[in-house]
Design a binder for this molecule. Structure first.
Ligand code: COA
Length: 160
């Protein structure tokens, strides 16, 4: 069975991420959605909650996907999943520069690691998790960007 690791902060998972997972399933039998935390990113949403929200958003894909958290180096985690493939979405040229730097660093740590870069669907190319969090925190409607379970989660957070 061919599998690919899709790493990210997923804080929260958006329709843009879901679209990447769905399309990757025409290339791989299984996608491992691997939730890490970038040192530069706001980790305010706890890992367990991000995992639960990812599972809700991807529930329609059944056992074709697994959602896990990971610490440490991505290359070590990918190896532990018995694959060498890493999936990432590209929204803009800025993403390309960033991803190219990340993949080059990771390939210098492990030269067998191979990246699969899928262009983000045009309609989601403007989307970002931090903007979604900002809109939610200011009481805006995020239901066009995320699964209903995630919109409900942020609504409850804003009310508490
Ligand atoms: N649709 C919509 N948005 C998308 C998207 C898509 N298809 N693909 C990416 N994005 C957005 C995300 O929402 C996120 O937005 P934000 O910046 O507002 O949060 C942004 O693009 C990219 O972030 P993300 O995909 O979460 O990745 P990241 O850059 O935060 O990296 C890890 C997270 C876990 C992959 C990375 O930190 C990592 O590899 N950590 C392991 C440690 C390691 O090995 N370090 C050495 C690396 S060389």
């Amino acid at each position: 069975m061919s599998s690919v690791v899709y790493p990210g902060s997923f804080n929260p998972i958006t329709h843009g991420h879901t679209n990447i997972v769905e399309r990757a399933l025409s290339l791989f039998d299984h996608v491992v959605v691997a939730i890490g935390t970038s040192v530069d990113k706001d980790p305010t949403t706890y890992l367990a909650e991000r995992m639960e929200l990812c599972r809700a958003a991807l529930g329609h894909l059944g056992d074709q996907i697994t959602v896990e958290g990971f610490n440490g180096l991505l290359v070590d985690y990918v190896r532990s999943k018995n694959t060498r493939f890493v999936l990432r979405g590209l929204r803009t040229l800025t993403d390309y520069d960033y991803e190219f730097q990340m993949l080059s660093m990771n390939q210098s740590l492990d030269q067998d690691i191979e990246y699969v870069l899928l262009p983000t669907a045009h309609k989601w190319s403007f989307l970002s998790s931090s903007r979604v969090r900002e809109i939610a925190a200011l009481g805006g409607d995020i239901s066009n960007f995320v699964h209903p379970a995630i919109a409900d989660y942020y609504k409850e957070q804003a009310q508490s």
